[in-house]
Structure formats: C-alpha cells, structure tokens
Write a protein that binds this ligand. Sequence first.
Ligand SMILES: *Cc1c(COP(=O)(O)O)cnc(C)c1O
Length: 419
Amino acid sequence: MARLRTEVPGPRSRELAQRREGAVAAGVGTVLPAFVDHAEPGLLVDVDGNRLIDLGSGIAVTGVGNPAPRVAAAVHEQIDRFSHTCFMVTPYEGYLEVCEQLAELTPGGHEKRSVLLNSGAEAVENAVKIARHATGRPGVVVLDHAYHGRTNLTMAMTAKDMPYKHGFGPFTPGVRRVPGSYPLHDGLSGAEAARRAVAAVDRPDEVACVVVEPIQGEGGFVVPAPGFLPALADWCRSHGVLLVADEVQTGFCRTGDWFACEHEDVVPDLVATAKGIAGGLPLGAVTGRADVMDAVHVGGLGGTYGGNPVACAAAVAAIDTLRDLDLNAAARRIGATVLPRLRALASDAVVEVRGRGAMLAVELATAEDAARVAATCHAAGVVVLTCGTRGNVIRLLPPLVIPGELLAEGLDVLEGAIQ
Ligand SMILES: *Cc1c(COP(=O)(O)O)cnc(C)c1O
C-alpha cells in the first residue's frame, strides 16, 4: 500500500522498541509497536514515515480529531496563561465551564453538579465514593464482562482477571458481580436479563449503587438487549439504589448520542466520563443529581490535578467541536456505513457484528482468530483493537472526523483480513 514506506513496525520503530525494553516496565503492553511521530486526520504517521489508518482513536479518546485544531489552539492559549493552580487552592473559570457543559449535556433536566478528575478509573471510583456517602450503604453491584479501570476499587469492579487483575489482589470488598445482558450468548430479552441480574443481589438495602456501561467496552462491545437498562433503572429507583452509568468509553457522541444512555431514555443518578471528553488531554468527571453530589462534606472530593486548567480548556474546545461539527450525526453515519459492510461478510469465523454509531465490533469464534485478524490489519497499516472477556472481538473506534475514503480503505483491509 502506498501509505506504507517500510514494513510495520519499521526499522526506526524497532530501534525504539529495543530502547524501550531497557527503560519502560515490561507490564505496559503495546497493541502496535509503531512509534508515532505525528497525526493527521484519520492517520497516525510513524517514525518511519508510514501512514497508519486510525480505527482506534487511542481507545475512543480522539473522536474530535488528532490533532483537533480548536483543542490545540485552546491548549496553547491556556498553557501560556497558566498551567496549574490546583482548583482546591485557587479556582479558575475553565473548571466551571466544563461542569456547566456536563450538566447541560448529560441525560436528565434535573439540577446537577460535577467533580473533575484525571482519568476514567478515578471518575468511576469517585462515583462510588459519592454513592456510598450519599446513601450510607457500602455495596456496589457490577456486571459480568464489566471494565471500570485499574485502581484497586475499579479492579475489583472489572471482570476480566488476565491481564487486569491477575496477581494484583487482594481487592476491596463490597463489590458484587451479577449477570448482565449479552443477547448473543444468553438469548434473554432485556427485561429477563434485568430480572436475572437483580435476583442475584441478595441485600438491595445494603447496595449504594449499580454501576453499568450502557454498552460494555473492554468486555466485548456488548450491546444489552433493549429494555435491560430501563428495567435496571426502575429496580434501582424502587430500592433506593443509585444508578451509575460508566460512560467513559461510550460518551461524547461515540454512539451517535452525547451519551449512550439516551438511546433508551435512561437517566442515571451519576455519570462517569473521561476518554472522549477533552480531545486527548487527561480529564475525567462525575456528574450527577445535585442532592447526591452535594451530600459529600467539603474537602471530601478532589485531588491535586483534577480538572487541570489545560485539560479543561481542551474539554471546552472539544465539546464545542463535537457540537459545531455535529459529530453525533458523523458517528451515526459511520455506523450506517460500517455495519452493513461487516454484516455482509460471509465468513464462518464471524459470530456477530454489533455496535452503535462509531462503536462497532466483530465477534469472532476465538481469541486466536481475533489476534490473527488484528495482526494482519496492523501489518497492512490499519490500527484496530481487540476486546472481549475471551479476547475474541475486533473493535472499531474510528475518529468521528475520519475522512470517508480512509474509513473505506481501513474496512477493505479488515474485510480482507477476516476473509
Ligand atoms: C477506559 C475505561 C475506564 C478507565 O478509564 P482510564 O482513563 O483508563 O482510567 C473505565 N470505564 C470504562 C467503560 C472504560 O472504557
């Protein structure tokens, strides 16, 4: 392919990979060991001059583009004014702007408050802290195939042992895992799956919150059966349990709505966000009902870097970009382009094609199949990721601004690899 100048990874990347071995902890994995020099719309250009088609957005982060012109300008402008004060020491307006935007964009017209953090795991962890404090209950309910992060609490909430939890215990107690909704494998309607889930909770009166990804990410891009989330939300309401939506991967137009919960008109009590929020700068947030959020005592929430001013400036610019370019419509167009093409694939290895908007997946029969398809794509210069509790799912998270011809070219490669 004309986009490639060398094999992938090329000689310069291989040199850097060798240097890395002597400096970077071995526990940090790599999907595609091509070192990046710079990015262009829909492309990552590596140090050997290879132009890789980006169907991963750095795991659903750079939906607005990479670099996104408005984000880059906002970051430059902010970093020249000041880089940090710590919002808890001396505040600044950018933090307020992000919280105001979050209140407006997250589901539900109720009064809301937000706290800003640095990552998705930190957002989920703070959502649980707030839910426990507000309810006075200790329990946390999570689902099979869940992924919520790598801190101690969020490891306990994450389902998959290898690589995320293996050897890292003991984990925090109080986390109860229940079956979710995985229509391909359980054959249940949403209502049936929800009944099965809540039946596995033995003491609802001790549960602070149920934490769900509206479409499961790392666990396999599992889209729950229609009605599952609304039924879970109803159960939560009737038992005084808070519903926390982990929208870290699904948020910010990824699925064709600002948040994936909106698809079924589910209004969570708390929403955890990160990834797509700030065009690549590290930022996470918890947004939720004012009465719940404000239950926590002054000083109970925060952190040195949470809501860093540069990250806030990037988030405001990223949200403006999502809005002005109507990237919800772009995500829907991506889904409408990709799903029929993948569904037309006639291959015994394909078990299911699923997803919504620009969060799309092909479940293959085995992890070996997925690894081989991914390796073929990578060698051809197309960045795809795998996921799934069994590692047998190819996931696509293209930048929402990807040029149509690049998306088509990337799909050609993926289709060829699957065939
Ligand atoms: C990535 C992810 C997290 C963790 O976010 P980090 O920023 O990596 O800590 C949590 N929940 C979901 C659904 C995610 O996809």
